[in-house]
Design a protein around this ligand. Structure first.
Ligand code: ITT
Length: 199
């Protein structure tokens, strides 16, 4: 049982491999290094479908794709689908999070609320209408400065809700196992599990 993971982001591959191994050890997740389609959708779901369709068509395998980002309430949900390129055309994670911190420089709690969103698309080859999407949301708020070294992207400035107020940490200060047990990506994967029954 093989499934291709339509991402060029090695951090996502690592997280998915751990999440899938815990829930569906029989599934072999293979990487994708085929052509990267233009992600010109305006929603996470559209972009996830664009990526999964391309990988499924290229490999003939069922394909999963994750389109994800951080949505900041006081910015009306931005960066959202533009998270990977928030500070410009290059995917520069440090520039992205520094710009976001600058944009929130005058914003104090409780107005720094944000959420990570992951939308996963599942596309199976040669099956009409066999396209599905699920989403997972991880609520939290933005720190005022980066902390920690783990994870990727906006992890150094995201403080998930539900922590002991005396000992709050950013996701970059969490272990990979802690992140994978709680993240938007693992929440989306939990919603996907029933749909993977036939894969
Ligand atoms: P692929 O399209 O190849 O999957 P990508 O990194 O470009 O890789 P997206 O277009 O979905 O993926 O962009 C998601 C961006 O959102 C990502 O680059 C990060 O900046 C941010 N992001 C998503 N999930 C995250 C997470 O778990 N931790 C931190 N930042 C995350």
């Amino acid at each position: 049982r093989r499934i291709v993971l339509a991402t060029h982001n090695p951090h996502k591959v690592e997280e998915f491999q751990a999440i899938v191994a815990a829930a569906r050890p029989d599934l072999e997740v293979v990487g994708y290094d085929g052509p990267e389609p233009v992600e010109d959708g305006v929603t996470f779901a559209e972009n996830a479908l664009i990526k999964a369709r391309a990988a499924s068509a290229h490999t003939g395998l069922p394909a999963l794709a994750d389109d994800s980002g951080i949505c900041v309430d006081v910015l009306g949900g931005a960066p959202g689908v533009f998270s990977a390129y928030w500070a410009g055309h290059r995917k520069d994670a440090v520039a992205n999070l520094e710009l976001l911190l600058d944009q929130l420089a005058d914003v104090a709690d409780p107005h720094r609320s944000a959420r990570f969103v992951s939308t996963i698309a599942l596309v199976r080859p040669g099956r009409d209408g066999a396209e599905q999407t699920v989403a997972g949301v991880w609520p939290g708020r933005l720190a005022t400065e980066p902390a920690g070294v783990g994870g990727f992207g906006y992890d150094p400035i995201f403080i998930p809700d539900g922590q002991d107020p005396a000992a709050e940490r950013t996701v970059s200060q969490w272990s990979a196992a802690e992140k994978n047990a709680a993240s938007h990506r693992s929440r989306a994967f939990a919603a996907l599990l029933p749909l993977l029954a036939e894969v």
